[in-house]
Design a protein around this ligand. Structure first.
Ligand SMILES: Nc1nc2c(c(=O)[nH]1)N[C@H]1C(S)=C(S)[C@@H](COP(=O)(O)OP(=O)(O)OC[C@H]3O[C@@H](n4cnc5c(=O)[nH]c(N)nc54)[C@H](O)[C@@H]3O)O[C@H]1N2
Ligand SMILES: Nc1nc2c(c(=O)[nH]1)N[C@H]1C(S)=C(S)[C@@H](COP(=O)(O)OP(=O)(O)OC[C@H]3O[C@@H](n4cnc5c(=O)[nH]c(N)nc54)[C@H](O)[C@@H]3O)O[C@H]1N2
Ligand code: SF4
Ligand SMILES: [Mo]
Length: 722
């Protein structure tokens, strides 16, 4: 008898918690079913064995029925997608990119990446754009995610890493303010740290227009109108100043710019802020009492506070609150951002963002260009400059001013982009669209060429979680015959563009090059190896020295203990003022719409809508509204509603709940078609981060005029694999 092969320790493919899990090979899998089962991996420190339902069921997308098996090309005669050989598909894919560059110039070819891609893929995708295509126009879906928090952190601290401390530190802070995050649904295993914090006497304040399951845990729930967090943060800072809680010594020794921040806060007196946010002054006072009464404090923001056309300034105001109270660069204190996608953090450090080169280097910086060009063996002058941001890239696609061909890897913008109907039109107007995906996503359906990618359990690579901890994804299975890894795809495309060197297909070889490219940069990975990651449960960047004869650099779990990463070592106050959302309610569109997530679906749903158990738990879109609003509209729970904004309308059933503000409605964005939240959302961009305003637009809500017969989940049915 042969012994069963040992299980493989790896990580969940979904969110930025990157929970450790174990994959066991099944001896006799059912026909068409995945050949591995997800098991508990007790030793990994972040999730300590716990997984949410998405992690538990992640293996189901490996099954035959859910995924792509062969490349597809659009048949020139019938106009439909048909199966093709890899040779034909790669020839067609590369041919169209070359044609567009020849006809319209190199910048007419765009690349769009994703924060779910491994560091190795993100790095090589950036190199592919700059070296093989030589286009400036590469960006990625992280613009839609945490770009506002990243920009604010860089402005304040000179460096951006989701959390500047390990997640476990959250359990030991005296008071935690959580702004626009709902980890009970978006990172369930992280809730353990919030519970531990409460159990050891800490206080939790949740800022969210809805009473979420996370808000249920809080000592204090502040419920501002969507898009008013900036005013709220300034109102709290006003009270901190007025009540003498400023840490004068910290401000003097470790910060600059306080006087301007003070003046901005003084103009936001509590009654004025109550008028803007709807949060009673008494609640603000209580929040300041809790925050300043504890010996340590943290503010964590997530997408609720960040996805606004003033997201950078909003995060800046929350950071100012931390700086004024000395809650930064000290044990169990500081500002942090809960990153989102599996590799949302690493994905933007290594060069798929329009303005960045590997190691978090700026593409405008001559020294950075020279270093990276040296590693790539090209002339620094041959590297393009900064390109367009994600929404701007999509918005101008197929126009005289925009890209004409696009290579898209790891995103599904037909569902997830703001004003998605418009984005879909722009994608249709392209001369040539190539999509690399694991499933036939709504965006892949529009492509001229679809290249089927191998999946997380079939490949190796590193990811960087929300703590800046670099972890290792391991292969438990070999990829099926018909699919290729993203690294193999980039290799095949580069070869057809005449670049035969520099696009290896072995992840560890790519990582070795990434280490050299990042060396000396802010996100320095040069001391990190696959072997160390495995031995140390991950390594936190920066980690500039692998050892080799000397003691290795231990990695950096906690940043900013002695100095901030600015030139003078001091943190900078932002000194910002409140401004309204790009679109405020008016008589025609009297309500605010905000959007977000539910527990059982992930993002555009491309993967989780193909997972039966998750789909049963969250079968379709809905509109959350307050009983008073429902009464006024004559609507009962389950009635179909039409929600209309200036950009379009959407139809979904009502979910009546007293947990939401009466002036606000909420929709999750996981579904395509008639029930898609992104038919409504406003693509107004933050001037600095270019983040769209997913979390606030003006809408009108009506009882749907006609009750369609049949299913109440119209969008879901449209989104299933055929
Ligand atoms: N189940 C699940 N988990 C996920 C994901 C998923 O799709 N599904 N996606 C992952 C990714 S990429 C991300 S980015 C994270 C996101 O994680 P979160 O940021 O926690 O998720 P969201 O639901 O987008 O928004 C959080 C909360 O913001 C609130 N909110 C809305 N508008 C405002 C506002 O103006 N101010 C404030 N203060 N709050 C507001 C919403 O009511 C919501 O409860 O989740 C990750 N985890
Ligand atoms: N209204 C509204 N819209 C939002 C948000 C919101 O809060 N409200 N949140 C925004 C945020 S924070 C985010 S992060 C975006 C996310 O939105 P998307 O960028 O659409 O994210 P996903 O749905 O994860 O899409 C990833 C795609 O890549 C595929 N994929 C997964 N792994 C791999 C891989 O290894 N290789 C390849 N080639 N493909 C892979 C998946 O099958 C899927 O089709 O949505 C944004 N849109
Ligand atoms: S919390 Fe995130 S990483 Fe953990 S199992 Fe769930 S989806 Fe996966
Ligand atoms: Mo995200």
């Amino acid at each position: 008898m042969t012994a069963a092969p040992p299980p493989t320790d790896t990580h969940c493919p979904y969110c930025s918690l990157q929970c450790g899990m174990r994959l066991g090979l099944l001896e006799r899998p059912a026909p068409g079913a995945p050949a591995v089962a997800v098991e508990e991996r007790p030793g990994f420190p972040v999730n300590r064995g716990a997984l949410c339902g998405k992690g538990d069921s992640a293996a189901e997308v490996l099954a035959d029925a859910a995924r792509l098996h062969a490349p597809l090309v659009r048949d020139r005669r019938t106009g439909a997608l048909r199966e093709a050989s890899w040779t034909e598909a790669l020839d067609r894919a590369a041919g169209g990119l070359v044609r567009a560059a020849g006809r319209y110039g190199r910048d007419a070819v765009g690349v769009f990446g994703g924060g779910g891609l491994t560091n190795e893929k993100a790095y090589l995708l950036g190199k592919f754009a700059r070296v093989a295509l030589r286009t400036a126009n590469i960006d990625y879906n992280g613009r839609f995610c945490m770009s506002s928090a990243a920009a604010a952190q860089r402005r304040a601290f000179g460096l951006d890493r989701g959390l500047p401390f390990p997640l476990a530190d959250v359990a030991r802070t005296g008071c935690l303010i959580l702004v626009g995050g709902n980890p009970a649904d978006t990172m369930p295993p992280a809730l353990r740290y919030l519970r531990e914090q409460r159990e050891s006497g800490g206080h939790l304040i949740v800022v969210d227009p809805r009473r979420t399951r996370t808000a249920d845990l809080a000592d204090l729930h502040l419920r501002p109108a969507p898009g008013t967090d900036l005013a709220l943060a300034l109102g709290l800072l006003h009270l901190v100043i007025a009540e003498g809680h400023v840490d004068e010594a910290f401000v003097a020794e470790r910060t600059t710019g306080y006087e301007r921040a003070r003046a901005a806060a003084m103009a936001h007196w509590p009654e004025r802020v109550e008028g803007i946010t709807g949060v009673p002054v008494a609640h603000m006072r209580r929040a300041v009492e809790l925050f300043c009464g504890a010996s340590s404090g943290m503010v964590l923001t997530a997408r609720g506070g960040e996805q606004h056309s003033k997201g950078v300034d909003t995060v800046g105001a929350w950071i100012d609150l931390c700086l004024a109270t000395g809650r930064a660069g000290r044990p169990y204190s500081g500002y942090g951002c809960l990153t989102g996608q599996g590799n949302g953090q690493g994905g933007r450090e290594h060069g798929q963002k329009a303005d960045q080169l590997p190691g978090y280097r700026s593409i405008d910086d001559p020294a950075a260009r020279a270093h990276v060009a040296g590693v790539w063996g090209v002339d620094p002058d041959a590297l393009p400059g900064p390109g367009r941001s994600a929404y701007e890239l999509l918005d101008t696609a197929g126009t005289d001013d925009g890209i004409r061909a696009l290579l898209l890897m790891g995103s599904n913008p037909v569902v997830s982009a703001p004003h998605a109907t418009h984005v879909t039109e722009r994608l249709r107007a392209l001369d040539h669209l190539v999509v690399c995906d694991v499933v036939l996503s709504e965006t892949a359906r529009l492509a001229d060429v679809v290249l089927p990618s191998a999946q997380w359990a079939e490949e190796e690579g590193t990811m960087t979680n929300l703590e800046g901890r670099v972890i290792l994804r391991r292969a438990a299975l070999t990829r099926p015959e018909g699919v290729r890894t993203d690294l193999e795809i980039l290799h095949g495309l580069a070869e057809r563009l005449g670049v035969t060197k520099g696009f290896p297909i072995a992840a560890e070889e790519v990582f070795a090059e990434l280490r050299r490219a990042s060396a000396g940069g802010q996100a320095d990975y040069s001391g990190i190896t696959y072997r160390r990651i495995a031995a140390e449960d991950g390594v936190f960047w920066p980690c500039p020295d692998p050892g080799e004869g000397r003691p290795a650099h231990p990695g950096t779990p906690r940043l900013f203990a002695d100095r901030f990463a600015t030139d003078d070592g001091r943190a900078r106050f932002a000194a910002v003022s409140h401004r309204p959302a790009a679109e405020e309610p008016d008589p025609r569109y009297p309500l605010r719409l905000t959007t977000g997530r539910v527990l059982a679906q992930y993002q555009s749903g491309a993967q989780t809508r193909r997972t039966p158990a998750l789909n049963r738990a969250a079968p379709g879109p809905f509109v959350e509204l307050h009983p008073r609003l429902a009464d006024r509209l004559g609507v009962a729970d389950g009635d179909l509603l039409t929600v209309t904004s200036r950009r379009g309308h959407t139809v979904a059933p009502a979910r009546v709940t007293a947990g939401i503000r009466p002036d606000t409605v909420f929709m999750p964005f996981h579904w395509p078609g008639a029930g898609s939240a992104n038919n409504l959302t406003n693509p107004a961009l933050d001037p600095v981060s270019r983040m769209p305003e997913f979390k606030a637009c003006a809408v009108r809500v009506e009882k749907a005029p006609v009750e369609p017969t049949g299913t109440t989940e119209p969008a879901d049915a449209a989104g299933r694999a055929s």
